[in-house]
Design a protein around this ligand. Structure first.
Ligand SMILES: NC(=O)c1ccc[n+]([C@@H]2O[C@H](COP(=O)([O-])OP(=O)(O)OC[C@H]3O[C@@H](n4cnc5c(N)ncnc54)[C@H](OP(=O)(O)O)[C@@H]3O)[C@@H](O)[C@H]2O)c1
Length: 263
């Protein structure tokens, strides 16, 4: 099945690890050009080397960029557009969650989450918008979490900001439809990425990965009985960026193994 992504330019905010990196890999395999960014230079360089196994180096653009810094984001997107001659797809995948109950979360942590879950998306959408318009349209895919609709007390700051992003995504879908820019959300449950690997190595360094994730799936009552893999998210992202999703906008696709209960 041809997804129609050949030669398309996909900008993946936070594509140096986890879901973003797998998404970049799969875009490349479809013949697209990909741009990735992250804050850590070493991780960015490793990601570039990894991606070079899946497509020609001239179809990969990687640089450091903090998505919560407006100037950084503008610089990154302008450089991508100059390098590849435009932008077709934006995937907002940068970030991580913060654990803690209401009285544990500091003002700084709240502000960080607001910066990451709102402002990073605002900056990126503003930056890509003129380039998408020049192409006659495009796709924006915001990575979200089931937490947006089903808050959990121990992740209060992430859940609250996720809910706001879901709301913003819907408004953007309405606002940008006239420009033929389709905006969708992908809501994740538990996906086995570096984010979870860091938690495993910190909290259960002596437990082997398979047992750890099997136990996690059991504890969280994931209906499909396992945590998800990054490619299971990336496949949905590629579909939403593809010709086959030409009438899909304002939607939220859950990739959570049946975890979400909200209608
Ligand atoms: N994995 C899950 O179970 C899960 C569940 C729900 C939602 N999510 C969401 O899915 C998205 C991807 O997460 P993941 O699990 O793939 O995590 P990950 O493996 O930790 O990857 C996160 C990526 O975001 C980048 N990043 C983080 N903060 C950044 C910043 N300020 N500026 C630029 N890049 C930044 C990281 O690079 P640097 O650190 O080098 O900057 C890295 O490339 C995140 O938004 C996460 O909250 C994940």
């Amino acid at each position: 099945m041809d997804l129609g992504l050949k030669e398309k330019v996909a900008v993946i905010m936070g594509g140096t690890s986890g879901v973003g990196l797998k998404t970049a890999e799969m875009f490349l395999q479809e013949g697209a050009k990909v741009a990735i960014c992250g804050r850590d230079r070493k991780r960015m360089e490793n990601a570039f080397s990894h991606l070079a196994k899946f497509g020609p180096a001239e179809q990969i653009f990687a640089t450091t960029c903090d998505v919560t810094n407006k100037e950084d984001v503008n610089r990154f997107v302008d450089a991508v557009a100059e390098n590849f001659g435009g932008v077709d797809v934006l995937v907002n995948a940068a970030g991580q969650s913060v654990m803690g109950h209401f009285f544990d979360i500091t003002d700084e942590q709240w502000k960080e989450q607001i910066e990451l879950k709102y402002f990073a998306i605002i900056y990126a959408v503003r930056a890509v918008y003129p380039y998408l318009v020049k192409r006659g349209g495009g796709r924006i895919i915001n990575i979200n979490a089931t937490l947006a609709k089903e808050p959990e007390r121990h992740m209060v700051a992430t859940a609250a900001t996720r809910a706001g992003l879901l709301n913003l995504s819907k408004t953007l879908a309405h606002e940008l439809a006239a420009d033929n820019i389709l905006v969708n959300s992908v809501s994740l449950g538990l996906i086995r990425t570096d984010q979870w690997e860091r938690r495993r190595l910190k909290n259960a360094p002596n437990v082997d990965a398979e047992s750890y994730y099997a136990d996690l799936a059991k504890k969280r009552n994931i209906p499909l009985g396992r945590v998800g893999e990054p490619e299971e998210v990336a496949g949905v992202i590629l579909f939403l960026a593809s010709d086959w999703a030409s009438y899909v906008s304002g939607s939220t696709v859950e990739v959570a193994g049946g975890l979400g209960k909200a209608l």
